[in-house]
Design a binder for this molecule. Sequence first.
Ligand code: HEC
Length: 136
Amino acid sequence: MHPLTTSFGAAFGLALLVACAPVSMPEPSEGAAFFANNCTSCHGNDGRGQGPASAGLKPKPADLTRLARANGGTFPTARALSYVWGDPAQSHLARVMPQFGGAMADDLVPLEVDGVLTPTPRALAGVLAYLESIQR
Ligand code: HEC
């Protein structure tokens, strides 16, 4: 085979491989950093709701280590996602939860939400993986 054809074939194959490679989903450790930066003021370093800003809040920040327990043992991905990323106009949490979006939405990963692969900002998928990992 002509050397050019071969290298073209190799490059094309590589491009295909990259395009089709499964996206690597964020690990809990990736979400831990995001959680520390954005969530601990209210939810506390351990996620149990005792952050420094929690004192004046009504209702109190949720204990995020009990979400699965409160949902029959299954981590409630869809519910947690909508709390953090929900449309403020539709969410009763609009009052307390910070809004995330903007540039974050440029880096999407296919998160499974209620059995459906849903394009979700990688940072939020990471924080959900982290939350799932701290359930007790
Ligand atoms: C300004 C304070 C504040 C910050 C910052 C904050 N939260 Fe919350 N969060 C709350 C409060 C208060 C509640 C409980 C309100 C309610 O249930 O109506 C809550 C509830 C939640 C819930 C719902 C729990 C349930 O009942 O299912 C999730 C999930 C959650 N927060 C995740 C996060 C994550 C992840 C972050 C960081 C990205 C974050 N929160 C940052 C105050 C905060």
